[in-house]
Design a protein around this ligand. Structure first.
Ligand SMILES: Nc1ncnc2c1ncn2[C@@H]1O[C@H](COP(=O)(O)OP(=O)(O)OP(=O)(O)O)[C@@H](O)[C@H]1O
Ligand SMILES: [Mg+2]
Length: 156
């Protein structure tokens, strides 16, 4: 299913999640803020790994669970992968300088964005992963003009 603001597809296995991530790498652009929603183990980090691989990052992509953010530099852009599951103090946001991570040269992927409610900008996309049968249902929603433009690039 897809239109201007919504895209969804079924991901039967981990490989399919990585492949969708790689496909997203061809659509995303700098300054994007992407929330990754879904329960523990939904596949958010797997999708981020696929996206980074698709962008050309050859190293290890580990979950930012303990560090809150993992920074990457790929080609000529910055990608910040957040996992805010353990985040619980708004002042930590300022102290860590996270605000500066959101800029025109960077893409921000955020797992557990609801933990920092009110501190984050409005996302360009929200990607939701939901368990279905043995796989996952992926749903991408665009919330900005840039988000819609990038979503349209997903289609052949
Ligand atoms: N489409 C899929 N079908 C079945 N299993 C999948 C699929 N995509 C990913 N997985 C599996 O789901 C598991 C959890 O993935 P991942 O760590 O990416 O989840 P997460 O959403 O980031 O979890 P957390 O909230 O704990 O960070 C992994 O073992 C991965 O192989
Ligand atoms: Mg994760």
């Amino acid at each position: 299913m897809h239109n201007d603001t919504d895209f969804s597809c079924f991901l039967p296995d981990e490989e399919a999640t990585l492949a969708l991530g790689a496909r997203l790498a061809l659509s995303v652009s700098p300054a994007m803020v992407i929330f990754l929603e879904g329960n523990l183990g939904a596949g958010k980090t797997t999708l981020s790994r696929g996206l980074l691989r698709g962008l050309g990052f050859a190293g290890r992509v580990k979950s930012p669970t303990y560090t809150l953010v993992e920074p990457y530099t790929v080609s000529n852009l910055y990608l910040y992968h957040f996992d805010l599951y353990r985040f619980n103090d708004a002042s930590e946001w300022e102290d860590a300088g996270f605000r500066d991570y959101f800029n025109a040269e960077s893409i921000c992927l955020i797992e557990w964005a609801d933990k920092a409610e009110g501190l984050l900008p409005v996302p360009d996309w929200i990607i939701t992963l939901t368990p279905e049968h043995d796989g996952r249902l992926a749903h991408i929603q665009a919330f900005s003009e840039q988000g819609r433009t990038c979503l349209n690039r997903l289609y052949p």
